[in-house]
Design a protein around this ligand. Structure first.
Ligand SMILES: Cc1cc2nc3c(=O)[nH]c(=O)nc-3n(C[C@H](O)[C@H](O)[C@H](O)COP(=O)(O)OP(=O)(O)OC[C@H]3O[C@@H](n4cnc5c(N)ncnc54)[C@H](O)[C@@H]3O)c2cc1C
Length: 486
């Protein structure tokens, strides 16, 4: 099957019937009609439609080396800088469709799977079959255009470095509890999977760093409707279908779920490694996972920042604020952030190099700097929108008000500097949905944490960034000889 369209995706999700729970109730009807899922499902379906549009199909897909079908371009293992550029255009096109508000458009995990598979030989350290298993998963995903959610993180029980979960109690963090000739059995939970219940598959990775219990160190992929898998949704941030009232949350509300595994059986052909945290570390540090995943991330974050700058400038015009220096300074802060991200992305592509597996890899440090910047930049951009909008952001009428006898009042009292009340309201509701609704607050938390704890991201940058050449500059300046150097 070639790259899919939106209807094919929705039909799959309808048939999936994953075990999804929200507020104590199991979703038993068609998930595509459930208010919590509907908006995001329709948006994701529109992305799949987009990739097949006659004027875009060549930009969004490529010819499969196995079947000659056209398949999604985010599965492409880039060999050249032109491939990288093609990936950028593809990912930008999808990001623009959601204004960067959907973190987990399918290109995110397609990219992860592509990068890990490109260096799948690392898995042969445990078993050659595991290398083949990962290649098989990648090829199946590419040819069927499967979508994925993923989960790294254990439930948040006790985060002390010395904490070790008791192995005599029923597991809390998901672990392998049994192995046999046919496969492994997983019991326990993972803290978070965005879009849980609306993807074909779940891919599970071990959480990074030191793991006391090697049974928690495994990598597998299972169907989202595998027996024993349960998704527990957080509170819904969906407020209603009206795109006037809820321009973002009605379309881009990606649910977050905890996943519980109740003795879930995983056949060996779906296991990529187990009991080997050293392989996990090698896979993530040596493969192009970080660079390519961040390539997708930074493209999306730039798209989102452009949208936010557009919103901020719209509000400045609405309220005629541009003469104030602090307003100019605040907008400049956004411009500086946006241009820095763009420069880092360009630099990452400019300095891209082929790795030992022949994959063209963007410059990791440039992208790592970008992803370290964004958890601070994004909340500041949101704060700036709130500071510019001030009281106007809490005094906004609704679609229903405009359709009522209040219309004349609204026209008079809610008009903007150079636009009518309805246009002004549309813009303000959009800013409110991004900065003050529960959807917007979750967006801020997402941008802080989705790629890991920003504190530990900074620590990783510190540890991995070569600095000796800068000490040499100081030594040269002071005429300190190499043997006397600190
Ligand atoms: C909206 C959202 C969606 C997400 N979606 C996904 C998803 O789809 N899949 C997925 O796998 N993950 C997802 N994540 C989870 C994300 O990967 C984690 O939130 C992130 O890695 C941080 O882990 P934690 O939440 O367990 O925080 P914790 O590790 O529990 O941290 C809590 C606090 O303790 C501090 N802390 C804890 N340990 C240390 C330490 N060793 N050193 C220094 N400080 C420490 C942290 O800095 C933080 O302040 C999502 C997160 C959010 C917010």
């Amino acid at each position: 099957m070639p790259a899919i369209n939106g209807d094919q995706y929705l039909a799959r999700m309808k048939d999936l019937k994953a075990n999804v729970w929200i507020k104590g109730q199991k979703i038993t009807d068609n998930i595509c009609e459930h208010p919590v899922y509907k908006g995001a499902l329709i948006t994701k379906a529109s992305l799949y439609d987009l990739q097949l549009k006659p004027d875009l199909i060549k930009k969004m897909t490529y010819i499969s080396p196995i079947t000659n079908n056209r398949v999604g371009l985010s599965f492409l293992q880039p060999r050249t800088k032109e491939d990288l550029e093609a990936r950028r255009h593809m990912m930008k096109t999808w990001a623009l469709e959601t204004a960067g508000m959907m973190g987990r458009t399918p290109d995110y995990l397609n990219t992860v799977i592509m990068t890990l598979t490109a260096s799948a030989s690392i898995l042969s350290d445990q078993d050659e079959q595991f290398t083949q298993n990962l290649i098989n998963l990648y090829e199946t995903a590419r040819e069927k255009d499967l979508s994925f959610t993923h989960s790294f993180i254990n439930p948040q029980i006790n985060r002390s470095i010395s904490y070790e979960e008791s192995t005599t109690q029923p597991p809390i963090a998901a672990r392998i509890v049994k192995k046999n000739h046919d496969g492994v059995f997983i019991k326990g939970a993972r803290l978070l999977a965005t879009q849980g219940g609306m993807t074909d598959e779940i891919i599970l990775f071990p959480s990074g760093g030191k793991i006391h219990d090697q049974e928690q160190s495994f990598c597998v992929s299972i169907p989202s409707n595998a027996e024993g898998v349960k998704f527990i949704c957080r509170e819904s941030y969906y407020l209603g279908e009206s795109t006037f009232n809820y321009p973002l949350s009605s379309r881009f509300h990606e649910i977050d779920t905890m996943i519980i595994f109740d003795n879930v059986f995983v056949p060996w052909e779906r296991v990529f490694f187990y009991h080997r945290q050293d392989i996990a570390m090698k896979l993530f540090s040596r493969s192009s996972f970080t660079a390519h995943t961040l390539h997708q991330v930074v493209i999306r974050q730039i798209t989102k920042s452009e949208f936010i700058l557009g919103l901020a400038q719209s509000m400045v015009k609405l309220l005629n604020l541009s003469e104030y220096h602090h307003i100019q300074e605040k907008i400049s802060e956004m411009i500086i952030g946006l241009e820095s991200l763009k420069a880092l992305l360009d630099r990452a592509e400019l300095l891209a190099k082929e790795d030992e597996w022949g994959t063209m890899v963007p410059h990791t440090h440039s992208l790592y700097v970008a992803v370290n910047m964004f958890p601070k930049l994004y909340p500041r951009m949101i704060e700036i929108l709130q500071l510019i909008g001030a009281g106007g952001l809490v005094s906004i009428p609704s679609e229903e008000d405009f359709q009522s006898c209040l219309f004349n009042d609204l026209e008079l009292y809610y008009q903007g500097t150079a636009c009518d009340a309805e246009t002004k309201t549309k813009i303000l509701r959009l800013i409110w949905d991004l900065t003050m609704s529960s959807f917007g607050t979750r967006q801020t938390q997402y941008e802080r944490y989705f790629f890991g704890d920003p504190v530990r991201l900074a620590s990783t940058l510190y540890k991995g960034y070569p600095r000796d050449e800068y000490i040499d500059i100081v030594n040269d300046f002071l005429n300190i000889k190499k043997e006397d150097s600190i």
